[in-house]
Design a protein around this ligand. Structure first.
Ligand code: SAH
Length: 249
């Protein structure tokens, strides 16, 4: 039987994620917009039982960086639009979705280059540790491939509206949160670097970043609620408390 060219075949693809990644990012707000902007963000990919054969990872330690392909599982059900407003354009100019790295895309697939860290194999469960992630905690990982510098890095490539890395802001800790930081740092050794690198990216929505207000912002990293204010293009961390201690939640 010949197929009609007027009736394109619809393909359904069933994917079985390899497992999920655990990261410090418990909410979408404040996750950096691309990987490696925050190298203190450690991710642990925990493989499902059927993908827990360590042979699958044999030789991977020879690569400094890896590609992660994943599903934007928190936004995939909201569907997609042909045009989106990238934050890099101030959130008010539209681009074609395929000309952006927006999460609201057909099939909701994301890709990030991250730094290889180590492999763990405990109690029959295999995990792969990586650094510099921009993924939400619990994101399903569809595939992992080595980053191949000669093929994947293109000198002289142009980056359209996102040609330069985003500018960063200094981060200071107010004296009243010094003890809180010391306390939580014991539990999360990368905490100070993580807070500094995340806030340096200025996670505020584009329209807020244009205003100079005394508003206090809050974000979740691990189980912690971190609050800060912005003054004259600098961030001041005001408190670091456990989420369970928050009165307003
Ligand atoms: N490097 C990826 C991601 C770019 S978009 C790519 O280019 O495909 C980055 C944003 O994805 C982050 O700011 C975060 O808010 C969002 N994100 C990360 N993990 C997600 C998930 N599991 N579901 C929905 N959104 C997610």
């Amino acid at each position: 039987m010949t197929k009609s060219s007027a009736m394109p075949e619809q393909h359904e693809i069933n994917l079985h994620p390899l497992g999920v990644i655990h990261t410090p990012y418990r909410q979408k707000f404040a996750i950096p917009r691309q990987p490696n902007l925050v190298d203190a963000a450690l991710g642990e990919i925990v493989f499902d039982k059927e993908f827990s054969d360590p042979n699958m990872l044999r030789g991977i330690e020879q690569f400094s960086h890896l590609w992660l392909l994943f599903q934007f599982h928190k936004t995939v059900e909201q569907g997609w639009s042909p045009m989106v407003r990238p934050p890099r354009l101030g959130g008010n100019k539209k681009q074609g979705v395929l000309a952006t790295r927006s999460t609201f895309r057909p099939n909701g697939i994301g890709m990030s280059v991250v730094k290889y860290d180590s492999i763990q194999h405990k109690n029959g469960r295999l995990s792969l540790l990586v650094k510099g992630v921009d993924l939400l905690d619990g994101t399903p990982i569809i595939d992992i491939k080595p980053y191949v510098p000669w093929a994947d890095s293109i000198p002289g490539a142009t980056g359209g509206f996102a040609d330069e890395p985003p500018s960063t802001m200094p981060v200071y800790f107010e004296t009243q949160c010094a003890n809180q930081l010391k306390h939580w740092q014991n539990l999360y050794p990368q905490l100070t670097a993580l807070i500094k690198q995340v806030l340096a990216q200025d996670p505020r929505p584009a329209y807020k970043a244009k205003q100079d207000s005394d508003e206090e912002y809050g974000m979740s990293l691990f189980d912690l609620n971190i609050r800060w204010r912005v003054n004259q293009r600098a961030n001041y961390v005001t408190s670091i408390i456990h989420n369970a201690q928050r009165k307003d939640c």
